[in-house]
Design a protein around this ligand. Structure first.
Ligand code: UDP
Length: 313
């Protein structure tokens, strides 16, 4: 198979690229590197089945040759990134989704959209099933991401219904692991980076807000399984083990044996209070559920950050 993956130099995109190349496929990555990093792919640069195209997919996409799958993962995805790049975020999830859908249609390729638990906004239902329509503030700071991903889902479904596009939509919940950028501002990378450099761990608000963290390898397995089934509506992929942010800070402090203190910072605007995936659909449809325990996953992630920061144990 030949796969075109947008955002393939990012955290999730690069792990998916690894997986597809390891299965013997050809992979063409399109990325403009505003939040992605070619270092995530550098180990493939001499692989003849790998191609990197520096391109902003919000502009017209031209790919030469046959394509079997188009996978659209390009987008700033952490709250600080989409605050820095609000227009780029809106464009890549609207114009970029339109362009990638057009590419898939022209090539007769299948299509996978990376959607997000952010389509549920600050949810009022726990856990969140795919049937929940969400609780999103369209004009708040997170609206640029939430609303454009909601649009991306809508246009993908429209291409499926109107043009018979063979599409999939993954609603991805918080994910962590090696290659999550140290400066991307997300809670796992912030806390580990702070703990390893003896800086205070910055808990926003009172730390009682929750998230449910899945390890990257579990997500990649879920995405591969989703690609293999004939199902066009959104599917949640996440780990239903819920933790408060304060619990996470304490756990990371313990696992890194850090002496850093935990300090309180203001809660960002519209920060969701609870996030917990209902994964019954993925379990039934894909026979998938995450199996990496949080302590084990964090331990592996911490080891990777130590290497990045050149910190000896
Ligand atoms: N958070 C925190 N300290 C940090 C970074 C994030 O307390 O240094 C909190 C943030 O307010 C949110 C949760 O951790 O409640 C997860 O934030 P993240 O940016 O990882 O992603 P989100 O799930 O909000 O998209």
């Amino acid at each position: 198979m030949r796969v075109v993956i947008t955002g393939g130099a990012g955290f999730i995109g690069s792990h998916l690229t690894d997986r597809l190349l390891s299965e013997g496929h050809e992979v063409s990555v399109l990325d403009n590197l505003i939040t992605g990093n070619f270092n995530n792919l550098v180990h493939h640069q001499n692989n003849p089945r790998f191609q990197f195209i520096h391109h902003n997919v919000s502009n017209h996409i031209h790919v030469i040759g046959d394509v079997d799958w188009v996978i659209h993962f390009a987008s700033p995805a952490s709250p600080i990134d989409y605050l820095h790049f609000p227009i780029e975020t809106l464009k890549v999830n609207s114009l970029g989704t339109h362009n990638t859908l057009g590419l898939a249609r022209t090539k007769g390729a299948k299509y996978l959209l990376a959607s997000t638990s952010e389509v549920y906004g600050d949810p009022e239902i726990h856990p969140q099933p795919e049937s929940y329509w969400g609780h999103v503030n369209p004009i708040g700071p997170r609206g640029v991401y939430d609303e454009s991903k909601r649009f991306a889902e809508a246009i993908t479904m429209a291409y499926h219904h109107k043009h018979g596009l063979d599409s999939r939509i993954a609603r991805i919940f918080n994910c962590y692991g090696p290659r999550l950028r140290l400066d991307d501002g997300r809670v796992v990378s912030n806390f580990i980076g702070q703990a390893l450099t003896n800086k205070p761990l910055t808990v926003y608000g009172d730390g009682s807000q929750t998230r449910s963290f899945q390890y990257i390898s579990d997500l990649i397995e879920g995405l591969a399984k989703l690609m293999a089934v004939d199902h066009h509506e959104p599917v949640n992929l996440g780990n239903p083990t819920e933790k408060t942010v304060l619990e996470l800070a304490k756990l990371i402090k313990e696992l890194t044996k850090s002496k850093s203190e935990i300090i309180i910072k203001p809660l960002p605007v519209d920060d969701p209070k609870r996030r917990l995936p209902d994964i019954s659909k993925a379990k039934k449809l894909l026979n998938w559920s995450p199996n990496k325990d949080l302590v084990e996953g964090l331990t592996e992630t911490i080891a990777w950050y130590r290497e990045q920061l050149k910190i000896k144990v």
